[in-house]
Design a protein around this ligand. Structure first.
Ligand code: DAT
Ligand code: MG
Length: 155
């Protein structure tokens, strides 16, 4: 397994509750992710629309866009082997009802409020991770970071 970067977001529903935010931060550390970057951001509506452009036209799009620009969220760049898969596994299924019934130990099962207010985002492929990291951190150079840090993950 190779070292990988992913973008992980704690959405506004969870950032609004300091205890939940802290629990999720701790869960990241407990699952052997290295926090490469972290910041709190508030999106304008147009950031939200652009980030989720692939969903424009879906019945939940307006709801999603409004929610994602409703308050602060936390955006992490995380590193570990197979980071994309491992973060998505920790998040659980998109839909909260399904998460609660099929994977009760996941973040969305435990903290998700609705299918829209579902606590977390995670990149779903190498390509989306690159795009999403660039979206939040335009000055971050993944290649440079890998070159510098990857050797220390081997030892
Ligand atoms: P994921 O966030 O698991 O990658 P996605 O990319 O299909 O899921 O959708 C992006 C977000 O859009 C999701 O986190 C919440 C919202 N969403 C998706 N499907 C929805 C639905 N059926 N009802 C309400 N919101 C939905
Ligand atoms: Mg997605």
């Amino acid at each position: 397994k190779v070292l990988q970067l992913t973008l992980a977001v704690i959405k506004p529903d969870a950032v609004a509750h300091p205890v939940i935010l802290e629990a999720l931060h701790q869960r990241i550390l407990d699952n052997n992710f290295v926090i490469v970057r972290s910041k709190d951001v508030v999106w304008r509506r147009q950031d939200s629309e652009s980030f989720y452009a692939e969903h424009s036209g879906r019945f939940f799009y307006q709801r999603l866009v409004e929610f994602m620009s409703s308050g602060p969220m936390r955006a992490y760049v995380l590193a570990r082997e197979d980071a994309i898969h491992h973060w998505r596994a920790l998040m659980g299924p998109t839909k909260v009802f399904r998460a609660r019934h099929t994977s009760p130990a996941t973040i969305r099962a435990q903290f998700g409020l609705t299918d829209t207010r579902n606590t977390t985002h995670g990149s779903d492929s190498v390509e989306s991770a690159q795009r999403e990291i660039r979206f939040f951190y335009p000055d971050f150079c993944a290649e440079e970071w890998m070159e510098k840090e990857e050797p220390s993950f081997r030892s």
